[in-house]
Design a protein around this ligand. Structure first.
Ligand code: UT7
Length: 331
């Protein structure tokens, strides 16, 4: 008798968005922009901002994970491993994941952060999947979260209109019936760093009075260049994922795209032949929450998903990093 293959099924989803909204009308008062430009060029109407002294990314991840535990009926101390994908950790070290575990009482988990910008959730999901498939771990929590408002220059109209704050998390558990993460293609190309990065604050250029005055601790993005790479990267990798699994758009129930720009989302959907009704889009409400976008979509759509649905999760972002993941929904 052969032992059935263990797959990593998503068995619960949690999410958190801060209450405070930053609308296009608010931004019109801050920089030279207008609601019509923002909506037609990006699809965004408002974003959520985490306000309050001393609050960081872990303060959004912790409630998302607690929600997920409650839904699944488990105590946080049952979690074996917790991974947080983020580019806005609470501190450079220790890892935000360590802080989250402390906040929620996940006393038996080992935990670490993944830095892969907008593709961070897919990178972390692939790692979490491997941990489950190995047979060694039974409950792995994968989170994607960013407090982008902490690294945005609200005088730079090229970036401040895009980003928002938010967190999402999924629980992975072993499955022997073929549900869960079925395949994943991940890519990276560091030569793309020139188009999307933060200039100072790392070991290459530590913080000084000069770096602060020069506004080098904020997101720098050459939007047009990133846009071109993103449209091609996200669509190509999604098409490749379908092809190597002998699937077409007709076999896919949902596209779960990174929410960077509605035009990039539309191009990816068109490339793999999915109509708009099968594409999760919430960019109008939350903007680009970097590693948070994909799990926040799953959180919002979870009640519309059916057991056996096939999902393609796709992302492109800083690094460059990009990828696509195929999931068969378990509940
Ligand atoms: O998630 C991480 C990965 N990031 C992405 O995937 C983002 C990819 N890039 C984008 O989404 C788009 O490039 C942006 C939304 C960032 C910008 O849109 P765009 O259509 O590429 O605009 P652009 O930068 O080419 O600018 C077009 C015009 C320029 O004016 P001129 O030179 O044509 O007179 C800009 O100065 O729009 C102007 N502009 C603005 N106008 C009003 C740029 N930003 C704004 C603004 N409001 N906020």
């Amino acid at each position: 008798m052969t032992t059935p293959k263990i797959t990593a099924a998503i068995t619960a989803v949690g999410g958190f968005v801060p209450e405070d909204k930053l609308t296009n009308a608010d931004l019109e008062k801050m920089v030279d922009t207008n609601d019509e430009w923002i909506r037609t060029r990006t699809g965004i109407s408002e974003r959520r901002i985490l306000k309050g002294d001393g609050l960081g990314t872990s303060d959004m991840v912790a409630p998302a994970v607690l929600q997920l535990c409650e839904k699944r009926g488990i105590h946080p101390d049952e979690i074996d491993c917790l991974i947080v994908a983020t580019v806005t950790p609470d501190m450079v070290f220790p890892a935000t994941a360590n802080l989250v575990c402390d906040k929620i009482g996940a006393k038996n988990a080992w935990s670490y952060d993944v830095s892969a910008a907008c593709s961070g959730f897919l990178y972390a999901l692939t790692q979490g999947t491997a941990l489950i498939e190995s047979g060694r771990y039974k409950k792995v929590v994968v989170c994607g979260a960013d407090k982008m408002s902490a690294i945005i220059d609200y005088e730079d109209r090229a970036t401040c209109i895009i980003f928002g704050d938010g967190a999402g998390a999924v629980l992975l558990e072993p499955n022997e019936e073929g549900y869960g993460v079925l395949d994943s293609i991940l890519r990276s190309d560091g030569s793309g760093s020139q188009y999307l990065h933060m200039k100072a604050g790392g070991s290459k250029k530590p913080a000084t009075i000069e770096t602060i005055k020069a506004k080098e601790h904020f997101v720098f993005q050459e939007g047009k260049a990133v846009f071109k790479f993103a449209v091609k990267g996200m669509a190509d990798v999604s098409a490749e994922l379908l092809e190597r699994n002998n699937l077409t758009g007709d076999d896919i129930d949902w596209l779960v795209p990174h929410q960077a720009n509605l035009r990039i989302i539309d191009a990816t959907a068109e490339r793999i032949g999915l109509p708009k009704e099968k594409v999760m889009v919430n960019i109008h409400k939350y903007g680009n929450t970097t590693a948070g976008t994909i799990p926040l979509c799953l959180w919002e759509w979870k009640n519309k998903l059916n057991k056996g649905d096939h999902l393609v999760l796709a992302a492109f972002g800083g690094g460059f990093t990009w990828g696509a993941t195929l999931v068969k929904w378990q509940y």
